[in-house]
Design a protein around this ligand. Structure first.
Ligand code: GZL
Ligand code: ZN
Length: 375
């Protein structure tokens, strides 16, 4: 069974289990506060989720939204400490949370945009604890520095869900994780490049994401793991563009100063950096994309990123799905009703390539695909 079919089967099975309601057969617990106290324990003795339960948020949105819809009869207070507003991906992720955790759906969302500032994010979480919210969701700016505040949340009996990115902390300090496998995204990008180059040399420049973010670490690790198998590849340089368009442009301008005429591949670890890199290359009369001198790889597959891919300006765009709130709501609903839930849920990703490119690792972009995208 090929990988795509397998993942569809997996998703269907998962959607069925969600339709069956993540709740167990027990009566829903009386009050969310009480449920919150028991869920930490419940989460602990949960059977360890298989490493890669994949949930394509798009496919099981209906079931998850049904499961995530708040049926406890009481408003559920959720805090979301969001990374910031650095990228189109982040904007789509924020909108998704505001749509799902709406008053109409039975939630009261305390949303804090932490503006890529670690101290502000820790402060936001401590604020949620003081407000005695029912659940705390964190999209961690960096992987480090979480043990103390997570212990404080646990001592306060407030379940915590880590979303989007990963943290360096014992998984006993949080109750569930929902996100994407960014190391696989890096591996997919490099596997596609190897297929596309077919043995030809690559002199690669990498514009990395925010320093210390698991998305940066994962994409870099995955890409470099495959790159190490190709002696005909050379990574000339890599610098952080902080997942922003300005950052991408700035780094590309400095790369052009140092490496003009020496590179034929640019990897941008998100679409906004790619937009900045394209501006810088255009200004220096460097051509990129399917008809250009430079192969351009990006991550996120946001709407504009896929438009550039459809236009052939970006050769390969590896998706990272920001639509995760339905899955998080499904986990919270299970916690609130004493149901069972996965400790780890992967939101699935795929990759896209420009028209004219056929690939084992990616789908060739079409207008229909672009028109059918949720973000
Ligand atoms: C990935 C996410 C990253 C995106 C960027 O899971 O954390 O952060 O790739 C965003 O666009 O800024
Ligand atoms: Zn090779």
């Amino acid at each position: 069974m090929n990988k795509k079919l397998l993942s569809l089967v997996l998703v269907a099975a998962l959607a069925m289990s969600l339709l069956a309601g993540c709740g167990s057969k027990e009566e829903p617990k009386a009050t969310t506060a009480a449920a919150a106290d028991t869920t930490a324990a419940a989460a602990d003795n949960e059977t360890e989720a298989p490493a890669d339960t994949t949930a394509a948020a798009g496919d099981e949105t209906t079931a998850a939204a049904a499961a995530g819809g708040n049926t406890t009869g009481e408003t559920i207070k959720v805090g979301y400490a969001q990374v910031g507003h650095e990228s189109d991906w982040r904007t789509a992720n924020t909108k998704n949370y505001q749509d799902v955790f709406s008053a109409a759906n039975g939630y009261e969302l305390s949303f804090v945009d932490c503006d890529n500032d670690n101290a502000a994010q820790l402060e936001a979480v401590r604020g949620f604890i003081q407000q005695e919210l029912d659940y705390i969701v964190i999209a961690p700016i960096e992987t480090a520095g979480w043990d103390t505040v997570l212990q404080e949340a646990q001592d306060a009996g407030i379940p915590v869900i880590i979303a989007d990115r990963e943290i360096d902390a014992p998984d006993t300090l949080y109750d569930a994780w929902v996100g994407t496998n960014t190391k696989n995204e890096g591996i997919t990008a490099a596997n596609w490049l190897a297929e596309y180059l077919d043995g030809k040399e690559a002199n690669i420049l990498v514009i990395e994401g925010s320093v210390g973010a698991s998305a940066t670490l994962g994409r870099t690790e995955g890409f470099n793991e495959v790159a190490a198998e190709h002696s005909e590849w050379k990574i000339l340089d890599s610098q952080s563009g902080d997942f922003t368009q300005a950052g991408g442009q700035e780094v590309m301008e400095s790369f052009i100063k140092s490496y003009e005429g020496q590179f034929n591949v640019v990897v941008c670890q998100n679409d906004n950096e790619a937009y900045g890199a394209m501006d810088a290359m255009k200004a220096a009369n460097i051509t990129y994309g399917v008809d250009g001198d430079v192969i351009l790889i990006s991550y996120d597959a946001t709407h504009d990123g896929l438009q550039y891919t459809l236009d052939g300006a970006i050769n390969c765009n590896v998706e990272c799905n920001p639509i995760q709130a339905e899955v998080v709501a499904g986990v919270i609903q299970a916690m609130a009703t004493g149901g069972s839930f996965e400790k780890t849920t992967l939101v699935n990703d795929q990759a896209f390539v420009a028209p004219g490119i056929e690939s084992e690792y990616a789908t060739t972009m079409t207008q229909e695909i672009l028109d059918g995208r949720a973000y």
